[in-house]
Design a protein around this ligand. Sequence first.
Ligand SMILES: C[S@@+](CC[C@H](N)C(=O)[O-])C[C@H]1O[C@@H](n2cnc3c(N)ncnc32)[C@H](O)[C@@H]1O
Length: 212
Amino acid sequence: MRRTERNIEAALPEKTAIVTPASWTQALDLAALYPAKQPLEVDVGCGKGRFLAARAAACPGRNFLGVDRQLARLRPADRKVVRAGLANVRLLRVEASYAVTHLLPPGTVSRFYIFFPDPWPKRRHSRRRLFNPGFRDALHKALAEGGEVHTATDHGPYAEVIRGLFQADPRFAPAPGFEPLTEEERTEFEMIFVRQNAPIARQAYRKASLRS
Ligand SMILES: C[S@@+](CC[C@H](N)C(=O)[O-])C[C@H]1O[C@@H](n2cnc3c(N)ncnc32)[C@H](O)[C@@H]1O
């Protein structure tokens, strides 16, 4: 185990929020992961954690999980979380599709935030994009009833791909997109696009109840 990570079973002083699951093949034990049982929000591709730390500080009554595959991004996120003493945040270094498909217990996530996912603009790279039908299905399974997926991107064609995926699926209904309430709730990438005056497409979809 790396020095910056801790096993979630271990009761240690909070020197890092980066956790290593007891099992990489079974769903996370959320009760063991957080001090309090409360709604779970997941920041997929959380990067350096600017949004995650701000949102978690503003919402102590919710638990937050930041997922990113790059340790170089997760470490600054960890420093923000530890510095702010945010007991309701955990960070996981893992590929996001894998995390959503295999590590999140079904029906447990009240919100996903997926802000500025890599757009892979070259046609031959487009299959590397996070959003595809399998990922949408995994999001649906992990969401609690009424839970929401919030997305933002500066990349128009990718925004249309995301829109098409969710609009084609009757298990989701459109919902109001997330608007940052404070400057701190703008992600690192959003700050760049705001400076460039680039348009940002925000979309959200709610897990619809199919009961009549
Ligand atoms: C463009 S950055 C956006 C970061 C942050 N959400 C923001 O808006 O500032 C995309 C982030 O997603 C992470 N990422 C991209 N693909 C991923 C994947 N398949 N699994 C986990 N993380 C991924 C990258 O490491 C990077 O930190």
